[in-house]
Design a protein around this ligand. Structure first.
Ligand code: NDP
Length: 285
């Protein structure tokens, strides 16, 4: 068997066309969706991510503002800026690029963002709403994974989903989204004993570990759906996922590549959430 490739780039482009149409509808109603991105310090990777987010906003006809702060900025100053953006009507989404410098409490910062503008979906109120199946901003990478499966026509109810990784931004929420759609979910992590025993039961296997080529053919059941969240560099400096693509693709039914798999969906769902926030602001006014 050779797995069918889930083309995240193509699916993201399709979604972006739908988002652009919604932006036009909102503009006709007098609202241009606006995203504020706060970048603290000079982390090279963060700067690239932020640039890509701004570019996506402009391509979709949305507004974006970038607020750059020095590495030494105080927590107080950052919180004051967020408080100001919470009250700015033409800003519908606020995103603080992580990681933050060590002297700033990340949890406190995330909790200071108004839940109605938390387009990253990291605020505990949005996480609680997601867990209880209420209207919420869903975290972008997990949400993007669900859209990839939906667009590929892969049914979820009753499937056994195994998630390797339990971070707050990927592993935990993606498992929850699968559970919300009636999957049976197993979480694995660094303390899991006999990992292959669990992963071999997966109809859908999500790898969110951050170790190049960690998931091998021996971890995978014939015909399984493999979602590779990892963005890593191998020894040669080449971009690669958490899954040993060539050997796993021979066994799996479907697989996401890296790049052009999960990655393009993350920014797309950020745009989706910002537009959703703008639409919801209309109902509040
Ligand atoms: P974290 O480092 O926060 O979490 C990694 C998880 O993997 C932890 O839960 C850890 O377990 C688990 N883990 C580590 N080693 C093992 C092991 N030997 N066996 C089983 N589990 C293990 O990473 P993130 O969730 O933030 O990111 C994961 C990957 O996804 C990274 O490559 C990151 O770059 C990528 N990523 C990609 C995005 C995209 O847009 N495509 C977005 C976000 C992240 P424990 O909890 O016990 O420590």
């Amino acid at each position: 068997m050779t797995a069918q490739i889930i083309n995240g780039k193509e699916i993201a482009e399709k979604k972006r066309v739908e988002i652009a149409e919604e932006v036009i509808r909102l503009k006709n109603l007098g609202v241009t969706p606006g995203l504020a991105v706060i970048l603290v310090g000079n982390n090279h990777a963060s700067r690239t991510y932020v640039r890509n987010k701004e570019k996506a906003c402009h391509e979709l006809g949305m507004n974006s503002i970038l607020i750059e702060m020095q590495e030494e900025v105080s927590e107080e100053e950052l919180l004051a800026k967020i408080a100001e953006l919470n009250e700015t009507p033409d800003i519908h989404g606020i995103l603080v690029q992580l990681p933050l410098p060590k002297h700033i409490d990340e949890k406190k910062v995330i909790e200071s963002i108004s839940p109605s503008k938390d387009v990253d979906g990291f605020h505990p109120i949005n996480i609680g709403r997601m867990m209880t199946g209420q209207n919420a901003f869903l975290p972008c990478t997990p949400y993007g994974i669900m859209v990839l499966l939906e667009e590929t026509g892969i049914s979820i109810p009753g499937k056994h989903v195994v998630v390797v990784g339990r971070s707050n931004i990927v592993g935990k929420p993606v498992g929850q989204l699968f559970l919300n759609q009636d999957a049976t979910v197993t979480y694995c992590h660094s303390k899991t004993k006999d990992l292959p025993l669990h992963t071999n039961q997966a109809d859908i296997l999500v790898a969110a570990v951050g170790i190049p080529n960690f998931i091998k053919a021996e971890h995978v059941k014939d015909g399984a759906v493999i979602i590779d969240v990892g963005i890593n560099r191998n020894e040669a400096g080449k971009l690669c996922g958490d899954v040993a693509f060539d050997e796993v693709a021979k066994k799996a039914g479907y697989i996401t590549p890296v790049p052009k798999g999960v990655g393009p969906m993350t920014i797309t769902m950020l745009m989706y959430n910002t537009v959703k926030s703008a639409a919801e602001s209309l109902n509040r006014d």
